[in-house]
Ligand binder design. Structure first.
Ligand code: NI
Length: 173
């Protein structure tokens, strides 16, 4: 299976705050297709809005490229606690070929529902923490560029000959 088409930034659907998943939403096929799409891309995380579904869920697997499958399905995720701050280079399947250095908390406590409806609370650090925050940002209509200082944004724009949309209503202040 080749998966679903991935929306490219600056598609306005990538700047949309997504709706919570409801208890009766049937996500089985979508989750399956999202994993296929992510592994095929190839990537380590994919949020539902990136395939045009404006619901609060993402899938990730930070280990598969290193030979350890660690698939996670995060539905209605929330960050309960975050600490430390560190820079790290992030790519995005919706902004192919572009890396941006983003400052984020190094460790988070994440609560979400899994694909079976069970509430999970996990502590993540390192790349997994970064990946989960990147994907959660997508659910709030935020991409990596929105997290850059004006100066850093200009450096990325010049390096890749791209320009940012003037107004993303979801951009953090
Ligand atoms: Ni992304």
């Amino acid at each position: 299976m080749t998966g679903l088409p991935i929306l490219r930034w600056p598609d306005p659907r990538l700047a949309t705050v997504c709706d919570p998943v409801g208890p009766d939403d049937d996500l089985g096929d979508l989750i399956h297709a999202m994993f296929d799409t992510m592994y095929n891309a190839p990537g380590r995380g994919l949020a539902a809005p990136q395939v045009g579904v404006l619901k609060r869920l993402f899938v990730m697997d930070c280990g598969w490229k290193d030979g350890t499958m660690t698939p996670m399905v995060c539905i209605n995720p929330e960050i309960l606690r975050a600490d430390g701050m560190a820079p790290g280079a992030e790519g995005c399947l919706s902004i192919p070929g572009v890396l941006a250095e983003v400052m984020r908390p190094e460790r988070i406590l994440l609560r979400y529902r899994d694909q079976h409806g069970a509430v999970q609370t996990v502590e993540l650090d390192g790349f997994e923490a970064r990946c989960a925050q990147h994907e959660l940002d997508h659910l709030d209509g935020i991409v990596t560029f929105d997290r850059l200082s004006p100066e850093a944004r200009q450096v990325v724009e010049e390096a890749y000959s791209i320009s940012f949309p003037a107004n993303n209503p979801a951009r953090p202040a």
